[in-house]
Design a protein around this ligand. Structure first.
Ligand code: FEO
Length: 217
């Protein structure tokens, strides 16, 4: 038994370990505190990352809700797409959670609001997705600016993966929305778009991967 506490003011993590009182009658189990970790990031960055965790959690649920609408509306390809998207958002959230915890700060796991559950059209679900990704890009850029301002190289370096990821995510949603312009919005066109989402995702991801590979020359 024991426990731990984080003091945001002193940026210290305290562990509590059990220690028996020498009093032979009472034998009270008391705890002594041992200071263990000094927070390696500022409170401002910790707070901003916790805000990001909250947004990623909301995005996870928002995509599950969209996928659920697609599933019950008969857009099976889109349902799979949005459930995968939700899993990605959950992974993003976990990256931030781990980063805060290993930096000696506390990751705060938030409650989230009920996401939108009904949509006018398949196209509107992708518009909602693009809007959400654009918001995330702004938040990530803001985090990068804070890290730059504080000369926090570790956080700056950690955030670079998210910068690349956001380029890929926005490109993905923009590419899908373009399909509605090109293929159309009648029932057959929408059926084709719904069927083509897995291959669109693979193409965008492959392009992103090739841009991150070092050149052979
Ligand atoms: Fe976690 Fe799609 O941004």
């Amino acid at each position: 038994m024991g426990g731990k506490d984080f003091d945001i003011e002193t940026k210290k993590m305290y562990l509590y370990r059990p220690k028996f009182d020498t009093n032979p009658i009472l034998k009270i189990l008391i705890y002594e505190s041992i200071e263990t970790v000094t927070m390696r990031i500022s409170s401002e960055i910790a707070n901003a990352i916790n805000d990001q965790i909250a947004y990623e959690a909301s995005a996870t649920h928002a995509y599950v809700a969209i996928g659920s609408w697609c599933e019950r509306t008969g857009y099976d390809g889109s349902a799979t797409f949005f459930f995968e998207q939700a899993a990605e958002e959950n992974t993003h959230m976990m990256k931030f959670v781990h980063y805060l915890n290993i930096s000696g700060a506390e990751a705060i796991i938030p409650a989230t609001e009920k996401p939108q559950g009904n949509f006018d059209s398949l196209e509107s679900t992708f518009q909602a997705g693009l809007k959400s990704e654009q918001t995330v890009t702004k938040l990530i850029n803001n985090l990068v600016e804070i890290a730059e301002g504080e000369k926090d190289r570790a956080t700056y370096s950690f955030l670079q993966w998210f910068v690349s990821e956001q380029i890929e995510e926005e490109t993905l949603f923009e590419t899908i929305l373009q399909k509605f312009e090109i293929v159309g919005r009648d029932k057959i066109a929408i059926y084709q778009i719904d069927r083509s989402l897995a291959s669109i995702r693979s193409e965008i991801m492959a392009k992103g991967d090739s841009q991150q590979q070092p050149s052979a020359n």
